[in-house]
Ligand binder design. Structure first.
Ligand SMILES: NC(=O)c1ccc[n+]([C@@H]2O[C@H](COP(=O)([O-])OP(=O)(O)OC[C@H]3O[C@@H](n4cnc5c(N)ncnc54)[C@H](OP(=O)(O)O)[C@@H]3O)[C@@H](O)[C@H]2O)c1
Length: 335
């Protein structure tokens, strides 16, 4: 099968496309014919060997995919051969076939195309867990989303707005904030030119009820300082580069709940909560919610797709359509 390969750690240009043996199905796993794979920020960290856990060379990047079940391993009962599924893996999604643990594979919610389904699982499940499972979001609450024009960010703005929250988006330009406004954000803050803490306080009065932070770096602390007494701050990632060191007196004095969220382990350790989140998301999809996909590239252009994300250029999600697959045919019929 054809697959993107990382054979030496480095930037996107080091990725090559090779023929490699297809994976074989094992107990508790599902083999999927991949129709589309989404690019996620951690893919860049994996190929540069900067993620918390190293991927051993050589490997196929890609942690999120949609496609059809080709084979199921012993003990797998929730999906069958031919089912449309989407899922997440540590690596391996940017290939014609991927082997995934059964716990990380679910049926595609009714109404999503393969490209949309590939772009949906990681960002929307992460955003939903952050907002609802960790954040306990209630209608009418003020939610601040950092990195709001990115993958997790657009998903969070979308879900929070649909659930009746008042969303403040923070991003790095007026154009990127406009994308968030179109998704339903009530206000936007350009955190590269405005005072993030002062603006959040000005807009909310009392401070944010809930902050979602996929960026970290120098923006986490001012956002925490602008969280209201008794509010919640959810740390999701560090796309800004540095992992912030937070003075704990801020957490104490404000009685803030500080939550961490790592989807990879949540889907296994919090299976019931994850099933509830998936049901909640399926309901929102039935009401018309769709992920914001801004670019679709072919498998041959994985390096370009990764470079676009590294350059911080796209809004929403970048997706790889795999070969002459179902995703490509769906894209053609839609254009
Ligand atoms: N905890 C989990 O389970 C989980 C799940 C998914 C993702 N994540 C993490 O969440 C973060 C965001 O993921 P994503 O898929 O949303 O990524 P993404 O689509 O690339 O979005 C990240 C956003 O961060 C902002 N940003 C600020 N400084 C940046 C910098 N120096 N380089 C790149 N972007 C920068 C960018 O928006 P502006 O230019 O507008 O600032 C960008 O839109 C990543 O750290 C990822 O590892 C964690």
């Amino acid at each position: 099968m054809r697959a993107a390969r990382c054979e030496a750690y480095g930037g996107p240009s080091t990725i090559v496309i090779h023929d490699i043996p297809a994976p074989e199905v094992t107990p508790g796993h599902v083999l999927v014919d991949v129709a589309a794979a989404a690019v996620n920020f951690p893919d860049l960290l994996f190929i540069a060997d900067q993620y918390q856990v190293s991927a051993e060379l050589p490997f196929t990047p890609g942690s999120e995919f949609a496609g059809r079940v080709a084979e199921v391993g012993e003990g797998v009962t929730h999906v069958a051969v031919g089912d449309p599924v989407h899922g997440s893996v540590f690596s391996g999604a940017m290939a014609e076939q991927v082997l995934a643990p059964a716990t990380s594979v679910a049926r595609v919610p009714e109404g999503l195309s393969m490209v949309e389904a590939a772009a949906f699982r990681v960002t929307y499940l992460t955003a939903y867990h952050a907002l609802i499972t960790a954040g306990g979001l209630q209608p009418g609450q003020w939610v601040v989303v950092l990195g709001a024009a990115g993958g997790v960010g657009t998903a969070a703005v979308d879900i929070a707005t649909r659930l009746g929250a008042r969303v403040i988006a923070a991003a790095s330009s007026a154009e990127r904030l406009e994308v968030c406004r179109e998704l339903g954000a009530e206000a936007g803050i350009d955190y590269t030119s405005e005072d993030l803490k002062a603006r959040i306080k000005e807009l909310t009065g009392d401070g944010a009820d809930l902050v979602l932070d996929p960026v970290g770096d120098r923006w986490a602390e001012p956002a925490l300082r602008a969280t209201r007494w008794g509010g919640t701050f959810v740390t999701i990632g560090f796309a800004g580069g540095d992992i912030p060191k937070i003075p704990l007196n801020l957490v104490l004095l404000k009685n803030v709940t500080l939550r961490g969220l790592e989807l990879r382990t949540w889907t296994v350790r919090l299976a019931e909560e994850t099933a509830r989140a998936q049901a909640g998301l399926a309901e929102l999809v039935a009401q018309g919610m769709r992920p914001a996909v801004s670019e679709v590239h072919e498998l041959d252009d994985v390096a370009l797709a990764l470079q676009r994300v590294a350059d911080r250029t796209p809004t929403g999600k970048v997706v790889i359509s795999i070969g002459s697959s179902e995703a490509t045919q769906q894209q053609r019929s839609q254009s």
